[in-house]
Design a protein around this ligand. Structure first.
Ligand code: T1G
Length: 688
């Protein structure tokens, strides 16, 4: 067996190097090898100090997440950390890359910490539905105080080395070579008396916090919106409270109890599923190993509207120059102005400097002529959703763009194969479907046309990560994955509205489930005139638009809105609903009960996901979960529609779908794959 930790003694300092690619996750095997090396160094009379350092790109990036849910293997984190923290010789942690979670907790159990200039530290367990379970909630408050600890741990953010130094979370920054500087640091510690200070013994910060017992309730209240629905943040608040109010060992025990509760929770299982699902989405099993992705050095974007502007910003943020093309100077100026305003707003919030705003704006070459795109590596068309407009543009691009340029459409539901057929190079045509706002939403549906070549697909999947997106490969169908998946939720919401179910009830159930807002609130936010502009038959939305009730922007849509844009049910809307229902001959049969409402709204989404998977539009069930979470803000702690369905159990969903089918018709007919998996006692997660 390869040893994951190896020791070497250099001038009385034991340097223990950990090497567990790709991120030195603190697996059971690594804990065992590390413990053996630390005990060896402690027992070696020639060793005066110990340095822990990692090979590869980063210090330990956390516990091995794949071990959760399995029987814990010795040595435990606590056993390992006890030996380190109580060592009779100074132990120095040398940090580089991203020392996160259990990795940073291990560093805090050491007596000293030195960090490379570019290193970052953090406790991101909250993103896994967890809290730091190896002493982080007890040691961090003893260094930075409870208030700062609460912010650091509930945000899970990565802290730059310079800030960590200022906070006292690291003792020193390396000047040049981390290993050499760590050795020098260790020697100096020995020369200064070889003290072994333990963070657990620090009292000053938490003693001061005891004078502010309300700080925990105040913090929870101040962050209630951000934490809504999530279990981990309140666990973190309680664990940090224990650090302030209990002796260390009792605080540690409280942390462990809270951690054990979270790690066994459906929420954490869901968030750990999402962590791996996001990374799995980048894999395209059928992609031939020898295919080299095409490198992208310059981009052309056609259309400077909301989507084109947002898409452009993604590339500017990655330092990639963009030629931005519009049809009129007025539209071009409006688009450039919107991009600049976005960046200036970010600068105002301190997210970037004024110089960075100018650097990014300088990467744009605006123009009114497609000919300017002759030399770019990738063109992204982001114009009006009209097949006629798009095919005309692609026909022109076919003549203008250089051979080997990738031609992409941002179409959200049109047939990519028809767009590709407008060119003589369909193998170079692909869909890059961004979600609005395109510079914020992380989902990028990479739509694989029937002729799209592998190097083009490989390029798109790689480019997504470079611009901070999560790519999900989609086949060609109406709505691809996310839009097609979530469409049934809207259909059912509007059907129940016409059956007399109050729209506020429908929205409440979706918000209670974890969506940021309900279906009708979302419609009002987007604008009913925008959504319903292509409507053909009479609808409540059409009647609302006819009555000038365009949504939040007009203070009235489905709901009435006060000055603070707070919604309230509208008698006008209620009247229109009654009229349209009568005109359509729909009898009143309101749905009551949260479970029934949720089943009616979300089981059809699960069903559509089964169809998308069965048709091969999506490569895997977890891709569909990622599309829902990153494209439609499906609550991350639900894991996505298919993960959530597996937690409920597919047999129950099939049974409830059949009952709905008996009442409402074939819309609710359970998809064949859903039935097959249910009959086999399997879940979507079992399907390869
Ligand atoms: N465990 C297992 N595998 C991990 C891992 C981890 N902690 N972190 C990353 N990987 C895998 C990942 O799946 C991928 O695998 C590869 O490493 C590269 O990752 C007790 C309970 C470190 C910032 O939450 O944030 O400690 O796809 O693609 O973009 O209190 O990985 O190549 O097969 O993300 O350069 C806390 C999670 C754990 C950090 C690097 N730590 N990791 O980002 O690479 S819980 C975390 C990350 C814990 C203790 C608690 C990132 C990264 P594959 P990648 P990257």
């Amino acid at each position: 067996m390869t040893r994951l930790a190896t020791g070497a003694v250099i001038d009385g300092v034991a340097v223990i190097t950990l090497d567990n690619p790709p991120v030195n996750a603190l697996s059971a095997a690594l804990r065992a090898d590390l413990l053996a090396e630390v005990e060896r160094a402690i027992g070696d009379a020639g060793v005066r100090a110990i340095v822990l350092i990692c090979a590869g790109r980063t210090f330990i990036a956390g516990a091995d997440i794949t071990e959760f849910g399995k029987a814990p293997q010795p040595p435990s984190f606590a056993d390992l950390f006890d030996v380190i923290e109580n060592a009779p010789k100074p132990v120095v942690a040398a940090l580089h890359g991203t020392a996160l979670g259990g990795g940073f907790e291990l560093a805090l159990a050491c007596h000293y910490r030195i960090a490379a200039q570019g290193a970052k530290v953090g406790l991101p367990e909250v993103h896994l539905g967890l809290l730091p379970g190896a002493g982080g909630t007890q040691r961090v408050p003893r260094v930075v105080g409870a208030q700062a600890a609460l912010e650091i741990i509930t945000s899970g953010r990565q802290i730059r080395a310079s800030e960590a130094l200022a906070l006292g979370l690291v003792d020193r920054l390396a000047e040049a070579d981390l290993r050499e500087d760590a050795l020098a640091f260790a020697r100096q510690i020995v020369a200064d008396g070889a003290r072994c200070p333990r963070i657990r013994d620090r009292e000053d910060r938490i003693a001061a916090d005891r004078a502010s017992p309300d700080l925990f309730a105040d913090f929870a209240k101040a962050n209630a919106r951000r934490f809504k629905g999530f279990a981990a943040p309140s666990g973190i608040v309680e664990a940090v409270r224990a650090a302030v109010t209990l002796p260390f060992e009792e605080g540690l025990a409280r942390e462990t109890a809270l951690f054990d509760e979270l790690v066994a929770s459906p929420q954490s299982a869901a968030q750990r599923h999402v962590f791996f699902a996001e990374r799995e989405a980048a894999r395209v099993p059928a992609l031939p190993a020898e295919v080299q992705p095409i490198e992208i050095g310059s981009v052309g974007v056609i259309g400077a509207g909301t989507m084109g502007g947002g898409i452009t910003m993604n590339f500017l943020n990655a330092g990639i120059p963009v030629r931005l093309i519009e049809t009129t100077q007025e539209a071009l100026d409006r688009g450039l102005g919107a991009i600049r305003r976005n960046y200036e707003a970010a600068a105002k919030k301190g997210r970037m400097s004024a110089d960075q705003v100018e650097q990014r704006m300088a990467l744009i070459t605006p123009g009114l002529d497609l000919a300017a795109l002759a030399e770019v590596d990738l063109v992204i068309e982001a114009v009006y959703e009209s097949m006629e407009v798009k095919t005309d543009i692609f026909c022109k691009l076919d003549r203008i763009a250089r051979p080997g340029a990738i031609l992409a459409s941002n179409t959200s539901f049109l047939d990519l194969n028809r767009i590709a057929a407008a060119t003589n190079r369909p193998e170079w045509v692909i869909g890059l479907h961004f979600f609005s706002p395109a510079n914020i939403m992380r989902l990028l549906e990479v739509v694989n046309g029937s002729a799209t070549a592998w190097p083009v697909i490989a390029c798109a999947m790689k480019l997504a990560k470079r611009i901070g997106k999560v790519a999900v490969l989609s086949g060609v169908c109406d709505g691809f994955i996310a839009n097609r998946l979530l469409a049934p939720r809207g259909v059912q919401a509007e059907a129940m509205m016409l059956e007399g179910t109050p729209i506020a009830e429908i929205d409440r159930v979706l918000v209670d489930y974890g969506f940021a807002m309900g279906h009708f609130q979302m419609m009002d936010l987007v604008g009913l005139d925008v959504i319903g502009r292509d409507a053909t038959e009479r609808s409540v939305m059409g009647d609302l638009v006819g009555a000038g009730r365009l949504g939040q922007k007009r203070g009235a849509g489905y709901y009435d809105y006060d000055e603070q844009r707070r919604p309230s049910p509208s008698p006008v809307t209620l009247g229109l609903i009654g009229e349209v229902a009568a005109a359509k001959g729909i009898a009143a049969s309101p749905t009551t009960g949260d479970d029934a409402l949720l089943a009616r709204l979300l089981y059809p989404v699960v069903n559509e996901g089964a169809r998308i998977l069965d048709e091969g539009i999506a490569l895997r069930a977890s891709d569909i979960d990622i599309a829902a979470i990153l494209g439609y803000n499906w609550p991350v702690y639900r894991g996505g529609p298919l993960f959530w369905a597996d937690q409920i159990g597919l047999p129950r969903i099939v049974a409830e779908m059949r009952a709905l089918e008996a009442e409402h018709g074939e819309t609710f007919a359970p998809a064949p794959l859903l039935v097959r998996l249910a009959e086999q006692g399997l879940g979507f997660g079992d399907k390869a």
